[in-house]
Design a binder for this molecule. Sequence first.
Ligand code: SF4
Ligand code: SF4
Length: 319
Amino acid sequence: MTYAKAELSGLIRDKAADLKFDLCGIARVRILSENEPVLRAWCEAGMNAGMNYLNRKIENRLNPESLLAGAKSMIVTGFSYYTDNKQKVQGVPVLSRYAYGINYHDVISARLEQLLSYIRSVNSEAEGRIVVDSAPLLEKGWAIEAGLGWRGKHSVIINRSIGSFFFIGILILNIELIYDKPSGKDYCGSCRQCIDLCPTGAINNNRTIDARKCIANLTIENRGPIPEEILPKMGGRVYGCDRCQEVCPWNKNVTPHSHPEFDLPEEIAEMTPDDWQSLTEEQFTKLFRQRALERISYADMIRNINAAIKSLQFFNFPL
Ligand code: SF4
Ligand code: SF4
């Protein structure tokens, strides 16, 4: 049986809901050329902080056809990881919420694989490519294009229902579908809480971040020491930083996620300052290896723990 575009698009949305995606939008493939000047200027100013892959083949990042020949449609999904169940012990190194659960690349890729299999079962001509932070693609640009939300002044995509604590997973398809309208409206208004309350002043006025100053980058992607001048501003953060999202009014009264994969396990939630300071490589592997933290080595984790603990003596803003 061959489905018409509208019917097939509806089936895909229903299946995405069955697979527990919190958001699903569909965008027509095009070259997101309007993003190029900002991206180039950001890299040329050095704000990519040594993440040189962001500076390579920018034209490919703008064009999904560089990842899937004949690409026609982008299924853009959102998977909430917001929770109020945080670490239970005061005065310990603080993890970003996105690092609580098991590796989100694996979780979301597996769901998108299921979605692709389903699409192929109802349309044998469909070919797809899954991207979850795994290939050069402007995920945020596509989230806007598919109507998921707008780019907040902190540069993260915000959805009016679920806020900004969500992962983006994309399925590129070679078939035509019915498309959502891009999110044209900016609901930040005159607010600038994130800019004013970022501890390191890392948020620029054009919805970009200076990664050289951003605690998230300095504790995740950075392979050198944490700069001395950042230490007093870290507020105990050991991996990532949620500050600009936590102060955002659009994240107040958000319903916590319902994905057990992204819960913080008790054995991490209950770690004491001593547990953190004496973390062995074996414990690090056991506790953190299947999580988003697999992006850093044990040595970098120890660097972060030492910096986070040192920074707590300067503690000057609420976590
Ligand atoms: S993640 Fe933290 S340091 Fe980075 S921009 Fe947001 S508030 Fe600032
Ligand atoms: S804190 Fe305010 S300015 Fe920043 S993203 Fe949220 S609404 Fe926009």
